[in-house]
Design a protein around this ligand. Structure first.
Ligand SMILES: [Ca+2]
Ligand SMILES: [Ca+2]
Length: 448
């Protein structure tokens, strides 16, 4: 018992301090090239031993007792790992508890290790396997539900990454009895254990289960998702297919206090291309192909506070539809230097943004800037476009104009400046249908 506690504590400590290999920094190096020949519709080659027709009547509660409690499952401690060496088929599965960390070994080529556990309420299950760190050893992870009518293992979920990559799978799980299998697809290590745990999440987002690239949610065009990290191991995968090369703005916002999340971008071979830290936005040139995004936590989590992740076409141009300002000043007019919007103490700018192909640039940051004449004082406001590329931005308390120009309207002289208005997104200047404004300064009543 002491040894199990010690292991659990050491895993917890290493997770906190970043030594555990599910932390992104370690994973960044740990993710090897993976041949993605396995499609999600195709089960990996994995033969369940004949004894999968289980005789579980002695080991597990009768179906009518399933809801009683996990107490009825056998409770064994891992203080002696040899207790687990015979669990090489489902009929001899080693019973575990959720929320605890275990370890075991595989000591022969093609070997398997089996574990089972019971849940008493509907939940999201996340099974995590910290694999052996050897390029010649590759273990995979399989999760099954036990059909109590047939005593067959059904509803397989699997994680089939390559060597030196931890395995993880999640599923939405009714109360029941579940089986976990670790099998070796290459090599084995009889002296270094694999570690694993199964955790339950009572609250989770609607995109679950998506903890593995095999179960990534597919996207083929600009998108925004609002999801949560519901446990320390939760990973949210998205598969993004780019049909033609394009520039995208990728934004990741995590408002959950005292948590740190990030997004990893992978190519189709699961080679990591980039990492996006929370509350940042950037522009990326993405060639045609398949990409994967993985959202995960590097520190703590909040299952009730969603993050927002968006991939949108980068803005290239804006069209201004209106700029309103003070009453009696506001309007689109000319003082003899072309039609421009006239402004004074404040402005509200409404418009829309497009990408280089002319499509709406959704969910991108837009910064509106004007430069007044006195001391070249610059005012700016930043907003984010909506799903149609539309935006509204306001600037207030603009200092008075100087009045470099004059205009005689036969009743009074109007004095004004011509000042620039500029639009940018992620520090790139956008083209615009409006580039200058009349900044009204004052008028002198002077009828002719
Ligand atoms: Ca999630
Ligand atoms: Ca997930």
């Amino acid at each position: 018992m002491f040894r199990r506690l010690l292991l659990a504590v050491s895993l917890l400590v290493s997770a906190v301090f970043g030594g555990f290999s599910f932390t992104p920094s370690a994973n960044a190096q740990a993710i090897p090239e993976v041949s993605l020949t396995t499609s999600s519709s195709e089960l990996p080659s994995f033969d369940i031993p004949e004894s999968s027709k289980l005789d579980l009547t002695a080991a597990l509660p009768a179906p009518s007792d399933i809801s009683s409690s996990a107490q009825s499952l056998q409770q064994r401690s891992l203080d002696s790992v040899t207790q687990a060496v015979y669990n090489t088929d489902p009929g001899n599965a080693y019973t575990i508890n959720t929320g605890q960390v275990y370890f075991d070994y595989i000591d022969q080529a093609g070997g398997q290790k089996w574990f089972n556990f019971q849940t008493t309420t509907p939940t999201k299950l996340t099974a995590f396997l910290q694999t052996v760190q050897s390029a010649s050893v590759d273990y995979d992870l399989h999760l099954f539900r036990l059909d109590l009518d047939t005593l067959q293992l059904v509803e397989e979920y699997y994680s089939v990454y390559g060597p030196q990559m931890d395995e993880q799978v999640s599923r939405i799980a009714p109360a029941g009895i579940y089986y976990l299998a670790v099998n070796t697809v290459a090599g084995f290590d009889a002296s270094n254990p694999f570690y694993f745990t199964v955790v339950q999440s009572s609250v989770y987002d609607s995109a679950e289960p998506d903890d593995n690239y095999v179960y990534a949610k597919a996207k083929t065009s600009a998108f925004t998702v609002s999801q949560t990290i519901d446990n320390a191991f939760d990973e949210d995968w998205i598969k993004f297919t780019v049909s033609t090369a394009k520039q995208y703005t990728i934004s990741f916002n995590n408002p959950a206090a005292s948590t740190t999340y990030q997004v990893n971008i992978y190519n189709q071979n699961l080679n990591q291309l980039a990492t996006i830290n929370q509350n940042t936005s950037g522009t990326y040139n993405m060639s045609a192909g398949t990409y994967y995004f993985r959202v995960l936590s590097t520190s703590s989590f909040n299952a009730s506070q969603p993050y927002t992740f968006s991939v949108s076409n980068a803005a290239a141009a804006v069209t201004v539809s209106s700029i309103t300002s003070d009453p009696n000043v506001s309007g689109y007019m000319t003082y003899g230097y072309g039609n421009k919007y006239r402004i004074q103490n404040y402005i509200t700018v409404t418009g829309s943004a497009r990408d280089s192909s002319g499509a709406a640039a959704a969910n991108v940051p837009i910064t509106v800037s004007i430069r007044t004449v006195l001391n070249n004082l610059v005012y700016s406001a930043t907003t984010t476009t909506n799903s149609s590329g539309g935006f509204t931005a306001s600037i207030s308390s603009i200092q008075p104009g100087v009045g470099l120009y004059g205009y005689d309207n036969w009743v009074s002289y109007h004095y004004f400046d011509i000042i620039p208005i500029q639009f940018s997104s992620n520090n790139a200047v956008l083209t615009s249908n409006e580039n200058t404004l009349y900044h009204f300064a004052y008028q002198i009543y002077q009828p002719h």
